[in-house]
Design a protein around this ligand. Structure first.
Ligand code: ADP
Ligand code: 5GP
Length: 188
């Protein structure tokens, strides 16, 4: 059966602690599956060295707060001192929405859209998460903040997730996520 272009888009939320590989995974997913539409978040954090200009809409607090006041976000949160938010999505008809967000945002989206599918990604170990954060070039204080934050995020995320995936080998993880997405499409 072909996709019904008039059907409401599915929402796939990819969440998990910092440095686990969410951004890397969702980029691979949207490259392989043209039916996925990746939402671009707004943030007030500074762009990292080497980070793509398109990773976020990088903005200032005033503009972010103006957009909150105009009800322009599906969800937003304050994560380690910076705002992050998903602009109200406007996907192309027939495509499914992918949100790559932290746990508080995932919780908000799940309460607004209980049918949204939350895939929560875990690192193979805390040491490996730390290696990935350092390897990405995060400053030492950012690394320890994200590792500390993960201890609070993981139990909450696992409790509300539809699926929990361990990002050990990237290719294996991406294949597992594609399979999960395919199963949900098949079930609709
Ligand atoms: P997040 O978006 O969850 O904060 P990133 O996608 O920025 O994480 O990934 C953090 C770092 O880990 C990046 O340097 C990325 O290339 C690397 N990475 C992602 N997945 C894997 C994996 N399965 N094995 C090894 N390194 C990985
Ligand atoms: P980073 O600074 O590492 O890019 O992102 C910090 C955390 O914020 C990550 O867990 C990332 O997934 C999350 N994040 C990115 N965009 C959004 C968003 O729009 N909303 C929420 N709630 N979290 C986001």
């Amino acid at each position: 059966m072909g996709a019904d272009p008039a059907a409401a888009p599915r929402i796939f939320i990819v969440s998990g602690p910092g440095g686990v590989g969410k951004g890397t995974i969702v980029n691979a997913l949207v490259e392989r599956d043209p039916r996925l539409w990746l939402s671009r978040s707004w943030t007030t954090r500074e762009q990292r060295q080497g980070e793509r200009d398109t990773a976020y809409v990088f903005t200032d607090r005033e503009s972010f707060e103006r957009r909150i006041a105009a009800d322009g976000f599906l969800e937003w949160t304050n994560f380690l001192g910076n705002y992050y938010g998903t602009p109200t999505p406007d996907p192309v008809m027939g495509r499914d929405v992918v949100l790559e967000i932290e746990v508080d945002g995932a919780r908000q989206v799940k309460s607004l859209h209980p049918e949204a599918i939350l895939i929560f990604v875990l690192p193979p170990s805390r040491d490996e998460q730390e290696r990935r954060l350092r390897g990405r070039g995060d400053a030492p204080d950012k690394v320890s903040q994200r590792l500390q934050k993960a201890l609070d995020e993981e139990p909450v995320g696992m409790a509300i997730a539809n699926h929990v995936v361990i990002n050990d080998d990237l290719e294996r993880t991406v294949c597992e996520m594609m399979e999960i997405i395919g199963r949900h499409r098949g079930a609709a």
